[in-house]
Design a protein around this ligand. Structure first.
Ligand code: GLU
Length: 414
């Protein structure tokens, strides 16, 4: 296995943290082992009448703290090791936020951009038919992730309810509000990230009212992060998507840019801004860099050139372990993914609570609860990092893994 294997990287991080926590070898081994994995292949009828076979996965990593929880990705480059590593990350994320949930993740190898709406619906339903026996509101609850949407969650929930023969809308979160989704789930990842960034800015003497921000990635997390920047007093000077980026040192008009991207399919050539590459965006001299796209955007080859004062990981795994070490040496704090982007799963948890209790909370109440959870988690992590002179990621790992290990011990597993 090379170092590029995402699950090998996760195992290295677990080893490092196990050493720090003085965990026995067998506990460490267990933490490195997914509890259950399912690999499925299923046919989908395409619009031209032909059938195509797709493959997918669901990994339930660890359920010591509660039902496994985590999104489903539709991505052409999906691999079992990516899913395993992200399922592990969900375990730490839920633990760190003190949610009574374990970690899981799923994925289907496909390119949703090449599928019609009908094909996408049939694929989503077929995937659920293939995995429905191992998921459920009490055992494993999927959600949106890369290239999956509330509409896809609605189809999946409907398919599951049909298969089990009763209403079980809590089987999945990130649903449209009318189907039992939670208010505030749409921008929860970005909003949660902003609560944490706001606290980190205070700790690093950065005045958000004067701060310049660059956001890499313009999907759900990235576009909402850019949109919410204004309400946190910041100026968004650069954003990018998979086609490239745009920059204006005085700030971009984000609502107009969102409409422009919807119309043209990209942020490139946005009037009044300069085109830049994704690489150039990462090197900008800004206060806060928010990588909100895919894994390893900041790696050994470009970490040295990062020009920001803080890196806030809104994507999962955007800073590789080598890059992490380089940024730590340069004294650039990295707010780790499983803290920074945990707003999404936190509001997913609120959605589960609402579904279990047949309740609906208003947006204000969701936001206030999210703010409390995120702020508390950030300060816990920061205090441990300060006390032991370790990075925020190491501190977050320590806190999150310790809770999972305590739960495993109390259950009598180890
Ligand atoms: N996919 C999101 C994440 O990586 C949300 C997961 C969830 O809501 O369960 O955190």
């Amino acid at each position: 296995m090379t170092n590029d294997n995402p699950f090998e990287m996760v195992k290295q991080q677990i080893s490092a943290c196990s050493e720090y926590l003085h965990l026995p070898q067998n506990v460490e081994e267990y933490l490195k082992t997914p509890m259950r994995e399912i690999h499925v292949a299923f046919p989908v009828r395409m619009d031209d009448g032909s059938f195509k076979v797709f493959q997918g996965y669901r990994v339930q990593y660890n359920n010591a703290l509660g039902p496994t929880k985590g999104g489903i990705r539709f991505h052409p480059g999906e691999t079992i090791d990516t899913i395993r590593s992200l399922a592990a990350l969900m375990t730490w994320k839920c633990s760190l936020l003190d949610l009574p949930l374990g970690g899981g993740k799923g994925g289907v190898i496909c390119n949703p951009k090449e599928l019609s709406a009908g094909e996408l619906e049939r694929l989503s339903r077929a995937y659920i038919r293939a995995i429905y026996k191992v998921i459920g509101p009490d055992c494993d609850v999927p959600a949106p992730d890369v290239y999956t949407t509330p509409q896809i969650m609605a189809w999946m929930m409907d398919e599951y309810c049909t298969l089990v023969g009763h209403n079980a809308c809590g089987v999945i979160t990130g649903k449209p509000v009318v189907l039992g989704g939670s208010e505030g789930r749409g921008d929860a990842t970005a909003r949660g990230g902003w609560f944490v960034i706001r606290e980190a800015a205070k700790d690093n003497n950065i005045d958000l009212a004067k701060a310049k921000i660059a956001v890499q990635g313009f999907g759900n997390a990235g576009s909402h992060a850019a949109t919410l920047g204004k309400s946190f007093g910041c100026t968004i000077v650069a954003v990018s998507d998979s086609h490239g980026g745009v920059y204006n040192e005085n700030g971009l008009d984000i609502p107009t840019l969102v409409a422009y991207k919807q119309k043209t399919g990209s942020v490139r050539d946005f009037p009044g801004a300069k085109n830049i590459t994704n690489e150039e965006l990462l090197e900008l001299k800004v206060d806060i860099l928010v990588p909100a796209a895919l894994e390893n955007a900041i790696n050994a080859s470009n970490a040295d050139k990062v020009g920001a004062k803080i890196v806030a990981e809104l994507a999962n795994g955007p800073v590789s372990p080598e890059a992490d070490a380089i940024l730590f040496a340069k004294k650039i704090p990295v707010i780790p993914d499983f803290l920074c982007n945990s707003g999404g799963v936190t509001v997913s948890y609120f959605e589960m609570v609402q579904n279990f209790s047949l309740d609906r909370w208003d947006e204000e109440s969701v936001r206030a609860r999210l703010e409390r959870k995120m702020t508390k988690a950030y300060h816990e992590v920061y205090a441990v990092a300060q006390e032991h002179s370790i990075s925020l990621r190491e501190a977050a790992y320590t806190l999150a893994m310790k809770r999972v290990v305590d739960a495993m011990k109390l259950r009598g597993w180890v």
